[in-house]
Write a protein that binds this ligand. Structure first.
Ligand code: XIL
Length: 398
């Protein structure tokens, strides 16, 4: 459809000069939106950093230039999907390999992006020398604690000044489907007791006092019963509250945001309430690993639109709920997706029974999906009075 213009047209006809007035349509005075705004441009309107986890193999694949171009153009923050994990940075005891992580930091600097450091104390992707040493008894408790301190100190010091937010402790709490009540769990808890959590934050803060230090977990997008026996979000809330009141330098709670369309939906207000409660403790919040996967039934695999479309739409809806909730809280400082294309997503490799996928913003061929445009429209429509500029978090000094 063509736009009508409010102009006066001068018609020259057979030597006669005549002015013909075309009815005017009021022209709009305000700024026009860019034709195809990126996520990072739209996020910048309210100071919200929009990010993605980055798969370094894809970033470095010369045959896949779209991946690199989209990381640079769409996002204002990046998270290494794997290359800052312990098994990658210290595959052999005492020998660090920073190659890939340093490469991502350089890429981020070139593209004016901030970096979320991921991850310091976690049960997964630990080097074999460490887990074997613990299981065969050659690494005892005192040495293990010293190793965790050294790991956190060395890694944080290596990247000092270049990391905006660190995921210091990741996934340290059990799930409602495990043996109740909800409890601390995992490799570090089993061997060192719950005190490792406060220690990890203190060690990280000592090594880089300017980095924002986060506790990061999944299934904490909304509160449930508000009883910490069966409500993981409440358990994490109580834990963070306890750490803050003990003067532990924790600055943020990362809500991973790994959702699935088969589980039913949260609504914006439920998620916004959770963010608000956490920020009332004095911490920033962030969505750190958002993706919304679906079960790939045989009909989905056969591209049956009757089964594909509801999944695509439900995925977009869930992305939007998390984004709107984040926008509603000025302490929600970043929104990061865990990969942005189905071509490079951890979901199909991880969730295999039943098979799951379709979790990201772009399809296998880098075509943007409904979820991508939902995020852009949420950002486009955001502004005062309900969506305010982000309030920068200052590191907590106890
Ligand atoms: C995942 C990566 O995406 C995979 O490539 C890897 O094989 C396993 O880890 N929660 C986290 C992330 O905090 O570090 C995990 O990343 C996904 C779940």
């Amino acid at each position: 459809m063509k736009m009508r213009r409010s102009i006066t047209v001068t018609v020259v006809s057979i030597g006669i000069l005549a002015a013909v007035a075309v009815p005017a349509i009021a022209s709009y005075g305000g700024p026009t939106r860019p034709a195809n705004p990126t996520l990072r441009e739209l996020g910048a309107r309210t100071g919200l950093a929009v990010g993605s986890a980055v798969d370094m193999a894809a970033l470095d694949d010369a045959a896949d230039p779209q991946y690199r171009a989209l990381v640079a153009s769409q996002f204002s923050t990046v998270t290494p999907e794997n290359v800052m994990k312990w098994e990658v940075v210290e595959p052999t005891r005492g020998t660090y390999d920073w190659t890939k992580a340093d490469e991502l930091i350089a890429f981020a600097q070139t593209n004016h992006q901030r970096v979320r450091g991921h991850v310091l104390a976690w049960s997964n992707q630990l080097p074999g020398w460490l887990t074997t040493g613990v299981s065969n008894g050659t690494i005892g408790t005192t040495e293990l604690r010293a190793l965790l301190k050294k790991h956190i100190t060395d890694v944080v010091a290596h990247f000092k000044g270049r990391i905006w937010q660190w995921d210091v402790v990741n996934e340290a709490v059990s799930d409602p489907w495990e043996t109740p009540p909800i409890h601390n769990k995992g490799f570090w808890f089993d061997h060192l007791g719950a005190g490792y959590i406060a220690d990890a934050f203190r060690w990280a803060h000592a090594a880089d006092p300017k980095a924002l230090l986060f506790y990061n977990d999944y299934n904490i997008e909304a509160f449930g019963s508000n009883n910490a026996r069966d409500d993981k979000t409440q358990f994490v809330y109580d834990m963070v509250k306890g750490l803050r009141s003990a003067g532990v330098p924790i600055d943020g709670v990362g809500s991973q945001g790994h959702l699935g369309t088969q589980y039913g939906d949260y609504d914006t207000f439920q998620v916004a309430d959770a963010l608000q409660k956490f920020s009332d403790l004095g911490v920033a919040t962030a969505f750190t690993e958002v993706d919304v996967r679906s079960v790939i039934t045989p009909a989905v695999a056969a591209n049956d639109s009757g089964e594909v479309n509801p999944r695509i739409q439900a995925s977009a809806f869930n992305y939007s709920v998390l984004m709107q909730a984040c926008l509603s809280s000025p302490h929600c400082i970043s929104f990061t997706v865990w990969g942005f294309t189905d071509k490079h997503s951890w979901v199909p490799g991880w969730f295999t029974n039943p098979p799951e996928g379709l979790a990201t913003l772009y399809d296998q061929n880098y075509q943007p999906k409904r979820a991508y445009n939902m995020l852009r429209s949420d950002l486009l429509f955001s502004g005062p009075p309900y969506v305010l500029p982000r309030i920068p978090q200052e590191p907590h000094n106890g």
